[in-house]
Design a binder for this molecule. Structure first.
Ligand SMILES: [Zn+2]
Length: 133
């Protein structure tokens, strides 16, 4: 039964958990799944038991369906040939995989990722220190 749980509903539940709106107990109640099963789902999404995302694994921040659709329509995000989600860098204008290997995390950004890819961001910071010295 737990494994046949609809993936979309599961994703939604995980999203709500990661945003702190529901607890693991809520997840257990609504899904009827054991704590171990739920913790496995969360691990797969890179979310620790306290809802904190792990730093040592690259991950793509979870987006709500609406946000993702908006980003795809506006061109901020796109899917590449192999179905991987990519994000546009505001500086170099290129698409890179929308995860923390290519973009720094940014909890204030609606995407959860910095607007500039890591090399562009580092370049900016470097320039700023040159200008201020
Ligand atoms: Zn860039």
């Amino acid at each position: 039964m737990p494994m046949s749980y609809p993936k979309e509903v599961r994703q939604q539940a995980i999203l709500e958990y990661s945003e702190g709106r529901i607890s693991i107990s809520d997840l257990m109640r609504t899904t009827g799944c054991a704590r171990g099963t739920i913790e496995r789902w969360l691990n797969l999404e890179g979310i620790t038991r306290r809802g904190r995302r792990q730093n040592y694994n690259y991950h793509c921040p979870l987006l709500s369906k609406d946000k993702l659709e908006n980003f795809l329509v506006s061109g901020r995000y796109k899917y590449n040939e192999i179905g991987q989600l990519e994000k546009l860098c505001n500086t170099c204008g290129e698409y890179w995989p929308a995860d923390t290997e290519f973009f720094y995390k940014d909890k204030h950004a609606t995407t959860g990722l910095n607007a500039h890819c890591i090399p562009c961001y580092q370049e900016k910071v470097h320039q700023r220190t040159l200008e201020s010295s």
